[in-house]
Every structure is written in C-alpha cells, then in structure tokens.
Design a protein around this ligand. Structure first.
Ligand code: ATP
Ligand code: MG
Ligand code: ZN
Length: 241
C-alpha cells in the first residue's frame, strides 16, 4: 500500500515538474512560474517568522491610535521604496501595541514580494544561542551570527527585553555594526523609549548602552507606537469560539 506521507506532491501541470518551459518560438527555456513560488516559500521559511506572527500583514494592522496610522503609512512607503531605503526602523512602544506585528508584516512583504533575503531575530533567543555555543562545540558563535549579519533585512525583536550584560551589549553592538557597515537594513522593536514614560522609568539608552543607542540613531528612523494594549483590551483570549 502506498505510504501517503511519502507520496511526492503532484508535479506542476504547466511544466510537468521540469521547472522550465520553452518559449513559444522554441529557442529559449525560461523558468516556470511554479519555481518562483518555490523560491518564495523557501525564502519565507528562511525568514523564520514565529508562528504567531505568520498571518500578520499591513492589511490586518488596525489603526486605533494616530501613532498606529502614522506607522502604517510609513511602513507602506518603506515597502514601496524597497530596496532604496536609507535606514531601518526603530519601533518603540509599551507592550501589546503591535510593534512585532508591524515589523513582521514588513519583513514578510519584502521577503515574499520583493525577493529579499530576510530574517527574524528574537534578541533574547539569539544571546542564549550564542552563549550555548560556549559550552557545546558543534556550533560556533560565528555560525550562529552569520545569517543575521548577512540578511538584507532583519527584524531584531525585543531589544533590551532582558537587561543585557556587558557581553550581551558588545555582541549586539558587533552584530548591528556589521550590518551598518554593509548598509543592511534592520527593523528593531523595543519597549524602552528615549524618554522614560514614567518618572524614573528606564530609557532605551540606559538599557542598551550609549554606543548601541548611538549606532541605532544612524541606522533607524524612530517610530513610536501607542494606543490600547491590543492583547488585553482588544483581543481577549478565547479558548472556544
Ligand atoms: N494595530 C494592530 N492591529 C491588529 N492587530 C494588532 C495590532 N496591534 C497588535 N495586534 C495584535 O495583538 C497581538 C500583540 O501585538 P504585538 O505582539 O505586535 O505587540 P508588541 O507591541 O510587539 O508587544 P510586546 O512589547 O509585548 O512585544 C498580536 O497578536 C498582534 O497581531
Ligand atoms: Mg513584540
Ligand atoms: Zn511549473
């Protein structure tokens, strides 16, 4: 009996699975459109967008607050201008305002439709992965960092979420500086603002250090996001429909 799990997918009916087509005059072969789709989904897998954010787009980014409307308009222009964008974005705001949603929506659009090599990076996870290479040796810190240094566009999510150690700050500085030197575009999200939102609140600079904040100023346009906390006020969890 055929093992369904291992049945190969049906070949493309247009090119019969060859991946190429002859032009009508028969003089050249050109890639079939099904190949473009394959490449797009391979690029999307390579972007490692977390499951929860896979459906995020600008179309489903609501604008409940003027800052969200401004950020969405900016994101549209950013995508339209790609790859001619001079700087990335530093998306700043309290929890649940849609920072990660907006950043992953831009990343997905640019990777899928604009054929860029892009990658999502959770700051805490990255530092943990690099640290793990110090005790296990199959993978070096460079192995971990290379895809993030080389992606044409990267989302660096939750910068400053964990109070970085000096080593963590240096590592993140080196990563962002390498991207800066290669003119690669970075979209950063963080909960920390330049002016603390409450008296005594920590600022972005005190959280990530002066050199990194200064590098980010050159690399990214500041995009504040506010409004209601989407998780608590708009999208209450429901276990059942
Ligand atoms: N403006 C919005 N329109 C539609 N959905 C939104 C919007 N803002 C947030 N959401 C949804 O609410 C949830 C939380 O948003 P998101 O994770 O982007 O917030 P965040 O600002 O990154 O929060 P945190 O600081 O905790 O990381 C997600 O499921 C997201 O899709
Ligand atoms: Mg987030
Ligand atoms: Zn085909």
């Amino acid at each position: 009996m055929a093992d369904l799990a291992f049945d190969p997918p049906a070949p493309c009916p247009v090119c019969k699975g060859f991946g190429f087509l002859e032009t009508p005059d028969g003089r050249r072969v050109v890639p079939c459109a099904c190949k473009a789709g394959e490449h797009s989904s391979a690029r999307m897998r390579g972007a490692r967008i977390p499951d929860r954010y896979r459906g995020c787009s600008l179309a489903n980014f609501n604008t409940l607050h003027p800052s969200q409307a401004a950020a969405k308009a900016l994101a549209r222009r950013f995508i339209e201008s790609w790859p001619v964008v001079g700087a990335g974005l530093l998306i700043v705001g309290p929890v649940g305002r849609g920072k990660t949603h907006l950043a992953t929506a831009i990343l997905a659009e640019i990777v899928d439709a604009r054929q860029a090599r892009g990658i999502f990076c959770d700051t805490t996870e990255l530092l943990d992965r690099i640290q793990a290479t110090f005790s296990r040796s199959e993978e070096t810190a460079d192995d971990v960092l290379t895809p993030f240094k080389e992606a044409e566009i990267m989302v660096l999510d939750e910068l400053g979420a964990r109070r970085p150690t000096e080593w963590g700050r240096d590592t993140l500085y080196a990563l962002l500086n390498a991207r800066y030197n290669q003119r690669r575009i970075t979209l950063v999200t963080t909960n920390f603002m330049d002016e603390g939102d409450r008296a005594g609140a920590e600022t972005l600079e005190s959280r990530i250090g002066v050199p990194l904040r200064s590098r980010l100023a050159e690399m990214c346009q500041y995009v504040p996001l506010d409004g209601p906390d989407f998780r608590r006020e708009v999208k209450q969890g429901r276990a059942f429909a």
